[in-house]
Every structure is written in C-alpha cells, then in structure tokens.
Design a protein around this ligand. Structure first.
Ligand code: FDA
Length: 393
C-alpha cells in the first residue's frame, strides 16, 4: 500500500530539481541520495557559482536538436534569474564574457533556492529502488533512513543530472528511468573536461605545469578564444574545456597562440628594433618564457632574430598560429563539469519538458541532451528547464 501521495515527485535536489520545486506549487516532494541539496552548485565556479551568462542563447548549447532549448530559454532568461538574485539581496559581479558570479559564496544560491522551494518536502539520503507507472500514477519505491517505502505521484520529474563526478553521487539514474518508459538516450560522454596526451607529450606539458597562455583553440569547426593551461596530466583551462565538447578521439586540435596579435608583424617589428637578441628570447615576449623555451627547442629555432629571413619568420609565425596537438583522451567523468548527450529531446515537449510518450513524466537539466558551453550556460539551462516543468505541473 502506498504510504504517501504527492502531486509531483522530483528526483534530484540539484539546480534544476530545486528550481522546478520552487515553481511546481503545493504537493511537491524532492528526493536526493546526497546529504545536502545542490552539492554541484556549492563547488561550482571555484565556490562562487557562475550562475548564469548574460549572452545565453540556444547557440551556446550542444544537442541533437539545436532548436530544442529555445523555448524554455526565452521564457526564463538570465534577467529573470537576476531578479530572483536581487530579491534575495545576493551580491554578484560580472567576471568576463557575460559570466556572472556570486561575490560571497555559491552557498548564497543554494540558500536562495531552498527558500524558494517554500513548503515542498525535501528528503535527503533517500535512494530510488524502483519506479513504476500504473493506474495513472507513478509509484516510487524508496529507501529512506534504512526503511523501504512507496510514494505515489501524478508527475515524476527526472532531475538527477548526468554522470560527471561520480564521487559526488552522479549516477545516470535519469537515463535508466527515461529508457524504462520508452525514451531514447543519446550517446553520452564527458565534456568540459581536461584533455590528456601520450607519455612523451605529457612529460613536456608536466614541465610547463601552471603556465597559462591566451589561445584560440579550434577543432571540428568550433573555435574558442580563451586561456589554455598546462597541467601535470595534460591540457586544461577554459579554451581546452570548451573545445573538449567538440573533440573526438583521433581529432587534432589547432592552437593559435596569442590570437589577438599578428605574429608575423610582431616578429618582423622586433627584428627591426632588437635583432641582436636570440630568437628564443624574443619569443618569450610573445608567450610565457617556459613555453617559448620549449617551442624554440622543439622546432629547432636557433640564432638571433636578425639572422632570420622573412620566410623563416613567416614559418615561425605560422607554427605559433597553428600548433597542432593530438589528445589521446580526456580525464573522463572524474573531472568533467558536464555530460554531453542525455535523454533525447525528440519525444520531450520543449515548453513543458513533459514526455510525449508518458504524460506526467518530465525531464529537466543536465539529464536531457542539452549541454551548455563553459560560462554559466549550464546553470541557466537548469533554471530555465526547471521553471518550464514547474510551471507546467
Ligand atoms: P545536478 O547534478 O546539479 O543535480 C542532480 C542531483 O541529483 C544531485 O543532487 C544528485 O545528488 C542527485 N542524484 C543523482 N543520482 C541520484 C540517484 N540515483 N538518486 C537520488 N539522487 C540522485 N555550470 C555553470 O553553469 N556554471 C558553473 O560555474 C559551473 N561549475 C561547475 C563546476 C564543477 C566542478 C562541476 C562538476 C560542474 C559545474 N557546472 C557549472 C555544471 C553544473 O553544475 C551542472 O550543469 C548543473 O548542476 C546541472 O544541474 P542538474 O540539476 O541537472 O544536475
């Protein structure tokens, strides 16, 4: 016999699930197997949560259907979220490229969402054993504080996110339940993730660990002008995290160092005024010293700048503008910020996030095949899709 009946049962007290609960009215229960709600919010943006991006548009998302996100994003915009943040008097700042962060702590956003959830129930450390649908209701068998129980609900919202950071409790549960009810799940893979290289390259990058340089990184038609960071394991930094969503095994990256400069002009100008310097020394005016040293050695750059012909300077500028690197893999779900792919959008209503196969079933947030770029877009999707489902319930 069911113990309790709710209008809506939301699986996952993350960004999307809490936002949905804030809009779904009385009779809402949110469950999560974690000890606290919004754990990914807490660690996001280096503890300051990059909670939205002012320039959010559907073009900042990857999905089988690039139009799917448009409806929800247009009905709940970054400005709507900013209104909410203002009502809770949370101080914030724009860091760069429209990315908004908390001044104090990501915990401000969690507290705000908790308050917005009002009277919705929140059961933590609760796991899902089984979900069934019969007699027009969802029946969820749960384990809470060691006790098994069943709850029923008219609406079931899948908000358990993707597979990234399993150590924090990511499970892919939403995919399994969606499949159980006839939905397709697209291929999933780690995204917004550092890339790794073969041993030889790894050794070189490890020697440069901590060095950051402005780049344009290009792969499969996508290009990002942001910083690239060398690490003990390979490459990271915003430019690499961004491109990782487009990179596939076997693909090469093209790295343009200092993309804002015409490097050939720069080298020629320096030859005119300081040609007596070693070319490798002059390179260190353009890129960090340790990287300049490595590149000069790897590319066999010797002699003074004055000794270099126009042709060799052009060749050096070309190499700096198209440094080709072939990652072997990524750091995987262990460190990926998001999961690319998810529940296919083709059988989900883009206004309500409701299943077109089983009315009453909704899928929101990262669990769906909608993956944002780095920079606050993923949270904006979590808010917008959560609101879309919450309003429809
Ligand atoms: P989310 O993952 O937030 O929530 C899912 C919830 O479901 C969790 O509380 C989890 O415990 C629960 N759950 C999972 N499986 C379960 C199960 N089997 N049973 C019960 N509960 C279960 N984005 C951004 O826009 N700006 C940023 O600054 C950052 N920074 C960032 C840093 C790091 C380190 C990471 C890992 C990620 C980010 N992101 C980000 C991405 C962002 O955190 C992510 O896209 C959203 O949290 C997705 O929100 P959801 O609510 O869909 O899932």
């Amino acid at each position: 016999m069911p113990d309790t009946h709710f209008k809506s049962l939301i699986l996952g007290a993350g960004a999307a699930g809490m936002m949905c609960a804030a809009h779904s009215g009385p009779g809402t229960l949110v469950i999560d197997h974690a000890k606290a709600p919004g754990e990914k919010i807490r660690i996001s943006g280096g503890g300051r949560c990059n909670f939205t991006n002012l320039h959010t548009g559907s073009g900042n998302f990857l999905s089988e259907n690039p139009h799917f996100a448009k409806s929800a994003l247009s009905r709940y915009t970054p400005w709507d979220f900013l209104d909410l943040v203002a009502r809770h008097a949370i101080p914030w700042h724009e860091k760069t490229l429209g990315q908004l962060f908390c001044d104090r702590s990501a915990k401000d956003i969690i507290a705000m969402l908790r308050a917005e959830m009002g009277g919705a129930g929140l059961w933590l450390q609760t796991s899902v054993e089984d979900i069934a649908h019969r007699d027009g209701r969802f029946h969820a068998t749960l384990t809470r504080e060691g006790a098994r129980m069943t709850v029923t609900a008219d609406h079931l919202v899948l908000a358990t996110g993707g597979k990234s950071i399993p150590k924090m409790g990511a499970t892919g549960l939403a995919y399994r339940i969606a499949e159980q009810f006839g939905h397709r799940v697209t291929e999933t893979r780690p995204a917004l993730v550092p890339l790794t290289f073969d041993e030889a390259q790894k050794t070189v990058f490890a020697a440069l660990a901590g060095t950051a340089v402005d780049t344009r990184v290009t792969c499969n038609g996508a290009a990002f002008d942001e910083a690239m960071l060398f690490t003990h394991r390979g490459l990271s930094g915003p430019a690499i995290l961004q491109i990782s969503s487009f990179w596939r095994e076997g693909d090469q990256l093209s790295v343009r160092l200092r993309p804002e400069l015409d490097l050939y002009d720069q080298l020629r100008a320096r030859r005119t005024v300081g040609g007596g310097k070693a070319t490798a020394t002059v390179l260190a005016d353009l890129v960090p010293r340790a990287l300049a040293r490595h590149l000069a050695e790897a590319w066999g750059v010797t002699g003074n700048l004055a000794d270099q012909s126009d042709v060799s300077l052009r060749d050096l500028a070309r190499r700096l503008s198209d440094w080709q690197l072939t990652p072997t893999s990524s750091e995987g779900y262990r460190t990926a910020e998001v999961t690319l792919g998810g529940v296919a959008t083709d059988k989900i209503n883009s206004r309500t996030m409701e299943s077109q196969i089983l009315p009453g079933l909704h899928v929101i947030g990262e669990a769906l095949d909608v993956t944002g770029w780095l920079g606050g877009y993923n949270f904006q999707w979590a808010w917008a899709s959560g609101v879309a489902a919450g309003r429809a319930i």
